[in-house]
Design a protein around this ligand. Structure first.
Ligand code: DGY
Length: 328
């Protein structure tokens, strides 16, 4: 007798080759048309499914778990997992997975690039050129902030933060300082060329502050008006972490009043909605949450999310679990 394949839902459009691979092992329903689902529509589509592949935007919370009792695993195609209520998932015996490691270097590349584009005012000067305003050279035209030899501050020193630190220290001769929940061991600090400082020292000393910390309720508005007020007026702020870590309204005010020089933002509170004030200040570089977006990296992320579903639902063992619910 052939065994029925476990049923799963792929919540957003995904690489067709990943769907094909999933279909070899699982009974797959997918949202390949990428229809924007409300939480109610997601819940309806998830009925009777043992697994879900999420992309970081779909919330797996108590309400969804209660309404979908057959769910056994949610595999996020992202390293961040603030869309998961991990406590509720663990209580309900649902395994959560994410996609660590495969996106580290690509995301660090982007964080560094966004910091540089912000410091050297690249998009602002490009808009000026495209608008036909460039008539002649001027000694101070789009003069930005120095990157090489300056002080790079990193808030959140996980794998991606360490990748950014290495780029700054080894590639650009920057002095690298960091603050993190826990201090790195001496060997890791030496490999990154990074020195541990308090959060206040980080804010006060950084010429370029890059945020790479995971979102949690405790980190909500970790950078708000009081923190922005401690930064140098010449400093830049780059956020590739998560919306909600920065108070976007306070940041827009700080940028408009030039209390800091500029910001580079890849993530936003309530994205894809953007605080309208941020759209009207010139000294901010805005990108649509693309730090991990190269095709090889997105493929690797999708592959790992799919492998987690296949491994757990066919062999009972996830590859990169975030929790270990009793009995799961
Ligand atoms: C992540 O993996 O958490 C990134 O933000 C990708 O979307």
């Amino acid at each position: 007798m052939t065994q029925r394949k476990p049923a799963i839902l792929v919540a957003r459009a995904i690489f067709p080759n990943v769907l094909d691979r999933l279909r070899a092992h699982l009974n797959v329903s997918s949202n390949q048309d990428d229809v924007p689902w409300t939480p109610e529509a997601l819940c309806a589509a998830l009925q009777g499914k043992a697994g879900i592949l999420t992309t970081g935007a779909e919330r797996v919370d108590r309400a969804l778990l209660a309404a979908c009792p057959e769910l056994r695993i949610a595999a996020n195609m992202a390293v961040g997992y603030n869309n998961f209520d991990l406590e509720a998932m663990t209580e309900r015996g649902v395994v959560a997975t994410n996609t660590p490691d495969v996106l580290t270097e690509t995301t660090a590349d982007f964080g560094f690039a966004l910091m540089m584009a912000t410091a050297r005012r690249m998009p602002e000067s490009e808009h000026y050129l495209r608008a036909g305003h460039w008539k002649r050279w001027r000694y101070d035209m789009f003069a930005g902030a120095e990157v090489h030899g300056s002080t790079l501050g990193i808030l959140g020193m996980g794998r991606i933060g360490q990748g950014i630190a290495r780029r700054g220290a080894l590639g650009f001769g920057m002095k690298v300082i960091y603050h993190n929940r826990s201090r790195l061991d001496a060997a890791t600090e030496a490999a990154c060329g990074a020195t541990y400082v308090s959060k206040a020292e980080l804010l006060q000393q950084a010429d370029h502050l890059v945020l790479v910390l995971p979102y949690s309720a405790q980190n909500h508005h970790a950078i708000g008006a009081p923190e922005l007020a401690q930064m140098k007026p010449t400093a830049t702020l780059t956020n590739i972490a998560r919306g909600g870590i920065v108070d976007d309204a306070a940041l827009a005010v700080a940028l408009r009043e030039r209390r800091i020089a500029a910001a580079g933002l890849d993530v936003f509170e309530g994205e894809p909605q953007i605080n309208p004030e941020l759209l009207t200040v010139p000294n901010v570089v805005l990108t649509p949450h693309i730090a991990s977006a190269t095709l090889p990296t997105r493929q690797a992320m999708a592959d790992l999310a799919a492998d987690n579903l296949i491994a757990y639902l066919t062999m009972g063992r996830a590859i990169t679990p975030l929790n270990s619910p009793v009995g799961a």
